[in-house]
Write a protein that binds this ligand. Structure first.
Ligand code: ZN
Length: 383
């Protein structure tokens, strides 16, 4: 009975979150709504920071233990053409046991569950084992400025961050890292009427690309995070004239890394480029921040299945849900990659299907929210 009314309140909050649009950079209204809810629910402290992030803390039974942090982002991607949606994207209508709306699974359904996770305990006069901090951050969808600001200014010890990206209530142990290089082939430009005077870098680029797809199959594979992949995305040359051969031609290589280091990627590229004069630079903002040395493997974040934090979290969630959560990984990148460089351990656990994120008609199953709420409550009790 108590649980049902708690679930109803949690659903109502998820709907209010969806009805408060919060594109990146426009999170003030939703941060205020979350702050108000945290106060109403009896969090011991509620505050915000200069980045616009919003926080709530519930004191634990043992306040000397490092905190358990539940993290979600406050923003969402553009809903796109509303006519492609079965219901208006910010209406948060419920159909067939699912809440429909932009952000339903990524990330407002999970956020509602995180915010409500201590409420069953508080109403029963219980406390979490350790301090629990809800941490809602801005601008995840555009690079993670809010998460980076939080990690940089963190002034209390953290045992574990539970990331609320949709995982269908599986326990996500990590995801791959992102490394982007510009690979530039250098040549000599000439009048297009006299190609014999040129060193045309388009040929070297073409030779490189013709081998890339097959060679990529040899990139390192991680037993949990899966294969490292590469996608050539943008191609550019220095000239805009149709009758000049370029002095250089470059391609952007987007690597998703699970078992490769900056140095091993450079060696992979150099081998394929062969003797053709070439150079490599990182694309802006995609230098691998997660590693300190160039021989270190780049991942987004990762905890191994045997890590004591994973074993404890899995057991607690399992007792709460009545079934042990499967171990899994995220396909996409998350704010978790900004915490790992600070040595803050991260796992992902949330309701909502990963493949719903960023789609028209995005929705979340209320059943999953209920199960997740039970898992979270037990996590707070015993972790
Ligand atoms: Zn997300």
């Amino acid at each position: 009975m108590a649980r049902e009314s708690l679930l109803e309140e949690c659903i109502d909050f998820a709907q209010r979150l969806i009805r408060t649009p919060s594109m990146p950079g426009e999170e003030a209204a939703i941060a205020a709504l979350v702050g108000e809810e945290l106060r109403k629910l009896g969090y011991d402290e509620v505050w915000s920071d200069a980045a616009g992030n919003v926080f709530g803390r519930v004191y634990g039974r043992d306040r000397s233990l490092p905190a358990l942090v539940l993290n979600t982002h406050l923003d969402h991607v553009d809903p796109g053409d509303p006519s492609l949606w079965p219901t208006p994207p910010f209406a948060a209508e419920i159909r067939d046991g699912r809440i429909i709306g932009r952000g339903a699974s990524d990330i407002k359904g999970p956020m509602a569950v995180q915010v409500y996770s201590p409420v069953a305990l508080l109403r029963a006069g219980e406390r979490p084992r350790r301090d629990m901090v809800f941490c809602g951050v801005v601008q995840e969808e555009v690079g993670g400025a809010g998460a980076i600001y939080w990690a940089e200014h963190l002034d209390y010890p953290v045992e574990l961050v539970v990331l609320g990206e949709p995982s269908s209530n599986t326990l996500a142990l990590g995801h791959r890292g992102i490394v982007q290089f510009w690979l530039t082939f250098h040549g000599r430009s000439a009048h297009a009427s006299a190609p014999e005077r040129a060193e045309n870098p388009n040929y070297a680029l073409a030779a490189f690309l013709s081998q890339l797809q097959a060679a990529a199959a040899g990139l390192g594979v991680h037993p949990v995070l899966g294969p490292t992949t590469v996608a050539p995305t943008i191609i550019e040359v220095d000239t805009t004239s149709t009758n000049v051969t370029p002095a250089w031609a470059r391609v952007l290589l987007d690597f998703r890394t699970s078992a490769e280091s900056p140095n091993s990627l450079r060696a992979f590229i150099d081998r394929l480029a062969g003797d053709s004069p070439h150079s490599l630079t990182y694309s802006d903002g995609f230098e691998p921040a997660s590693v300190s040395a160039s021989d270190e493997i780049v991942t987004g974040f990762y905890l191994s299945p045997g890590d004591p934090l994973v074993i404890r979290a899995q057991a607690a969630l399992g007792r709460g849900m009545g079934r042990e959560p499967e171990l899994a990984r995220y396909r996409f990148a998350t704010d978790g990659r900004h915490f790992a460089p600070y040595g803050i351990p991260v796992v992902g656990f949330a309701p909502g299907e990963e493949e719903m994120a960023h789609t028209a008609g995005e929705s979340i199953a209320i059943d999953q929210m209920e199960e997740s709420l039970q898992g979270h409550a037990q996590l707070l009790r015993e972790f």
